[in-house]
Every structure is written in structure tokens, then in C-alpha cells.
Design a protein around this ligand. Structure first.
Ligand code: CDP
Ligand code: MG
Length: 170
């Protein structure tokens, strides 16, 4: 025990990772962190979800291309979304991922090993990982409902729905 804070972090295996059959390799690399997975699914990102995910990049010249990349328009319209939990989860996952630019990333890192820069200048870097706790919370709530995680890292509220009750992020 190091006493470091327990964190959650959102990981997306991006559409290029799925298209290139890298899912198993990437999960194996992530298991080096010894973190636990508290949620996992395959999702088909809508344009709205992709835009919300990359909201902070909205003023970048490559934003539209980035949204189309995450939606899978260049590969396959799927991502694998995962929530990892444990001490210093955010930094541990980012370390295994490597730098954003796959050419600058450590060749042994996931992005260094599998990423590429397209001729249009987009970094197809096969994986997303949250950068800080605030971003992780926003992203986890964006991609997962409370019922899809095996624990509740954030407060929840009960909501009435037509066919009973469901949980939503409070
Ligand atoms: O993903 P990460 O947090 O490392 O980087 P970011 O600065 O939040 O950028 C989000 C994503 O935009 C990257 O993962 C790349 O796929 C893409 N990007 C790009 O294509 N070209 C850049 N110059 C910067 C980011
Ligand atoms: Mg980022």
C-alpha cells in the first residue's frame, strides 16, 4: 500500500485498434498496470457522443476529422470503452499508452507500437485515456450509466422512468 488515492480512468480502444485486431494486445498491455476493470463494453459512438467526448478540441482545425475518426468512419464504427480503477490509475494508464503523437511515443508504449500519423495529419493512436480526475469523471459519466459499472464511483440518484425506476448520475 502506497496510500495513493484510488482513482478511476476512462479508456477507449479507438476504431483503428479494433479494426487492426489489437484489442487483446492492448488489454494485455493495460493489465501490466494491475488495475481492476469496473466496466467494459463495445459501443457505436454517435456524432453527438464523439463531439462531446472531444469537446475540448472543438476549436482545433482537425476537430471534424477527429470526430469522424472516433465515430469509426475510417475504420469500423465501434470502440471498446473501459473503466479502470486503482491507486494512481490515471497516470499508470497514461504511462502504458505513451505520448499523444505516436512518432514521439516510446516505441514500447501502446501508441508507440501501434499508432500512426495519417497523411491528413491525424494521430491515429489506437487508445484514449483520461488525463486527470475531472476529465475522468466527465468521460466516465458520458460513456457509462451507473448500472453498467460494478461499483458507484460517483453519487447516483434514483429516477422514475415509464417502466419502473433507473439510476442516473446525480
Ligand atoms: O489523447 P491525448 O489526451 O493524449 O491527446 P489530446 O491532446 O487530448 O488529443 C486528443 C486526440 O486528438 C489525440 O489522441 C489524437 O488522436 C488527436 N490529435 C491529433 O490528431 N493531432 C494533434 N496534433 C493532437 C491530437
Ligand atoms: Mg486528452
Amino acid at each position: 500500500m502506497t496510500g495513493a488515492p484510488e482513482q478511476q480512468t476512462l479508456v477507449l480502444i479507438k476504431p483503428d485498434g479494433l479494426k487492426k485486431s489489437l484489442t487483446g494486445n492492448i488489454l494485455t498491455r493495460l493489465s501490466e498496470t494491475k488495475l481492476i476493470i469496473i466496466g467494459a463494453k463495445i459501443a457505436k459512438p454517435s456524432r453527438e457522443l464523439a463531439m462531446q467526448h472531444y469537446y475540448e478540441m472543438k476549436d482545433k482545425p482537425f476537430f471534424e476529422e477527429l470526430v469522424r475518426y472516433l465515430m469509426g468512419e475510417f475504420h469500423t464504427p465501434r470502440v471498446m470503452a473501459l473503466v479502470y480503477q486503482g491507486e494512481e490509475a490515471i497516470q499508470k494508464v497514461r504511462a502504458v499508452c505513451g505520448a499523444t503523437n505516436p512518432e514521439e511515443a516510446d516505441p514500447v508504449s501502446i501508441r508507440g507500437a501501434y499508432g500512426r500519423i495519417t497523411t491528413r495529419g491525424i494521430y491515429e493512436n489506437v487508445i484514449h485515456a483520461s488525463t486527470n480526475e475531472e476529465e475522468a469523471e466527465r468521460e466516465i459519466k458520458l460513456w457509462f450509466d451507473p448500472d453498467e459499472l460494478v461499483c458507484e464511483p460517483y453519487p447516483v440518484k434514483e429516477e422514475s422512468v415509464s417502466n419502473g425506476r433507473r439510476k442516473a448520475w446525480a
